[in-house]
Write a protein that binds this ligand. Structure first.
Ligand SMILES: NC(=O)c1ccc[n+]([C@@H]2O[C@H](COP(=O)([O-])OP(=O)(O)OC[C@H]3O[C@@H](n4cnc5c(N)ncnc54)[C@H](O)[C@@H]3O)[C@@H](O)[C@H]2O)c1
Length: 379
């Protein structure tokens, strides 16, 4: 551990290994390889031939199917885990026990309990644990976070996201755990300080008999009285990636499939006129007024989100500050996913989420916020 921290804080490139060379791993490989912050040292996959194919014939990066070889290498300061969720606990735990900082693909782990073990190990060892909630590092989401946090949208009224397409029906996960981590982490990133999810209700269906939910609808009640809703679906013939955030002053629409205008801000909405301003005669009809102002589209940087992920990981390793999507925020996402799965099993009964009461600043250090009900009962 001392070696990893010392080398990484002295401005030298951070030696990094990627574990997993399947669909997503190569994207991490490309971003680590092109960042001056890092020296990509190993690519590890149980299927070694896959790792060789990803790197190409002229690469000098080491290839192995043996994690122990990677972890024994003192040049490796950090490990990025891009294997299926069920393997995250063992690989990330082994890496931290070998003193390596860890970036884990979403979701942080397969269960809340596993995620909690990772967070505790990182805190015990004084290592950076980051979860790759990639969308939080898109220029669009960073703009949305800035607008909500600065009060430009006013008080949050609702958050409504749709992530649907003809998706790969996967054997080791369902549509909720596959797609909703993106939307929950975006909600997490944009929620104003002090507002948190207090309960979750979810319904899901498996109309094709795949043995796992392929369509899910999830509703979160927030402590401010606002509401959030996610629709995730592997069976939709059209691809939709939209999030609408409504506020008391403005609303915004993020359409990730519209590169010309990813974010649109609407100076439109509904106001309630205070009863005392309306005469007795008109009160029933005149309490609501509609604003129909301009639509604007903020300029956004043209940057790959994963470049932001690897930069945030490097900055955290070098400074010791928690990343935006640290282990704790990954854990809050798991708490919501787990409670949503419980709600699905109970026909949509709302499941309470127990907040820390310490606010929901993403960099907050002292409590493990948002525990699902079962985890709380287990303690
Ligand atoms: N951030 C994102 O937007 C995003 C997108 C897609 C996938 N993901 C996440 O990335 C992770 C991997 O997903 P994928 O679609 O690439 O999976 P995949 O099945 O395509 O690839 C996984 C790879 O890991 C290897 N592997 C499995 N167990 C291993 C072990 N113990 N040691 C070494 N290698 C091992 C497999 O051989 C395979 O090559 C998942 O957690 C997934 O949720 C994230």
């Amino acid at each position: 551990m001392a070696g990893a921290q010392a080398a990484s804080r002295h401005g030298k490139p951070i030696g990094v290994a990627v574990v997993g060379a399947g669909y997503w791993g190569p994207n991490l490989v490309r971003n680590f390889a092109t960042s001056p912050e890092y020296l990509l040292t190993w690519l590890c996959d149980l299927d070694k031939s896959r790792a060789v194919r990803v790197l190409g014939p002229y690469s000098t990066v080491g290839v192995t199917d043996d994690l122990a070889t990677v972890l024994a290498d003192e040049r490796v300061h950090a490990v990025a885990v891009a294997t299926p969720a069920g393997t995250h606990l063992d690989i990330a735990l082994a890496a931290m026990r070998a003193g390596k900082h860890v970036l884990v693909e979403k979701p942080l782990a397969a269960t809340y309990a596993d995620g909690l073990r990772l967070v505790r190990e990182a805190e015990r060892a004084g290592l950076i644990l980051m979860c790759d909630h990639t969308f939080c590092y898109t220029p669009a989401v960073q703009k949305m976070r800035e607008m909500v946090h600065s009060g430009e949208l006013g008080d949050l009224h609702f958050f409504d996201s749709v992530r649907i397409n003809l998706g790969l029906v996967q054997a080791d996960t369902d549509v909720l755990w596959d797609l909703a981590p993106h939307d929950i982490s975006v909600l997490e990133a944009v929620l104003p300080p002090g507002v948190e999810a207090q309960s979750v209700a979810a319904h899901a269906a498996d109309p094709i008999g795949a043995g796992r939910p392929c369509v899910a609808f999830v509703t979160l009640q927030l402590t401010s009285g606002a509401i959030a809703h996610f629709h995730v679906n592997w069976l939709s013939p059209t691809k939709v990636r939209t999030t609408m955030i409504g506020g008391s002053k403005r609303a915004l629409l993020w359409d990730d499939l519209n590169p010309q205008q990813r974010v649109t801000v609407f100076d439109r909405g509904v106001d309630l006129i205070p009863a005392e301003e309306v005469g007795e005669k008109d009160r029933e009809t005149a309490l609501i007024s509609y604003r129909t102002g301009d639509l604007t589209s903020p300029a956004l940087a043209n940057r790959e989100a994963l470049a932001g992920v690897v930069q945030e990981f490097a900055d955290s390793i070098r400074t010791g500050r928690p990343p935006l999507t640290d282990g704790r925020s990954g854990l809050r996402v798991l708490a919501i996913l787990e409670a949503a799965s419980e709600s699905i099993a109970l026909d949509g009964i709302p499941m309470p989420l127990y907040g820390s009461g310490a606010g929901r600043d993403l960099h907050e250090q002292s409590h493990l916020a948002f525990q699902p009900r079962r985890a709380l009962a287990d303690r």
